[in-house]
Design a protein around this ligand. Structure first.
Ligand SMILES: [Zn+2]
Length: 214
């Protein structure tokens, strides 16, 4: 059975009491977790399990495997507390959703545009596009649309489209419905103001870097 991913039910949760499901050397799995593993371009969380720092969180199929700093004597069935670094996670969530909005605006305002890469870190998000010319020429249009969506403070719905296969989406009514398994904010106002920067990364490819202004 796949691990209970409580970061979807409540992405604002920073602490969770759960039980160790399995142990293999320094690797453990949990019955339920709030600790996100690198997925869909969003970096994983940092934090602790039973007080031990987590060195790596990774997905193996639908399972999330945690490598923790040992030595530890944890065994299946042990009650443990999971804690995540919330300032880091919240920056990741804000930048992730900023990237979602920018990407969706690009698709809507520039039909046919193609995304060729994406990455969300604690400091910045980046979106790479196949694009001839200088992509910063789109910024006035994108920035205006972005400000509208953020200042309207729209509700963001996150739910399963296919619970069996753990396929999820986010939706803003009247704007977009997008398939994504990341951790999403509840309202667009939480994103706040952002700065867009252009970076030419090679022939026919343009990068848009997004940072939070505050
Ligand atoms: Zn997403």
């Amino acid at each position: 059975m796949a691990v209970g991913k409580a970061f979807w039910e409540d992405p604002y949760r920073t602490e969770l009491a759960t039980v160790v499901a399995g142990v293999r050397g320094g690797d453990i799995t949990l019955e339920r977790t709030i600790f996100y593993a690198f997925s869909g371009g969003q970096e994983g969380d940092t934090g602790t399990i039973a007080g031990f720092p987590v060195r790596e969180a990774r997905k193996e199929g639908r399972e999330i495997v945690y490598t923790i700093e040992g030595p530890h004597e944890l065994k299946a069935g042990d009650a443990v507390t999971v804690r995540i670094d919330w300032p880091r996670r919240y920056s990741l969530m804000r930048l992730h959703f900023a990237a979602e909005i920018v990407l969706e605006l690009m698709y809507q305002k520039y039909p046919g545009v193609r995304k060729v890469g994406a990455h969300i870190s604690e400091q910045k998000a980046r979106l790479d596009f196949a694009w001839e010319g200088n992509i910063s020429e789109t910024f006035p249009v994108i920035e205006e649309g972005f400000r509208e969506i953020v200042s309207a403070d729209h509700a963001i719905t996150s739910a399963f489209s296919d619970p069996e296969d753990e396929v999820r989406y986010w939706e803003i009514e009247g704007f977009a419905r997008v398939s994504c398994g990341g951790t999403h904010l509840k309202r667009t106002g939480e994103v706040g103001a952002v700065t867009l920067r252009r970076n030419n990364i090679g022939k026919g490819k343009e990068r848009v870097e997004i940072t939070l202004s505050a």
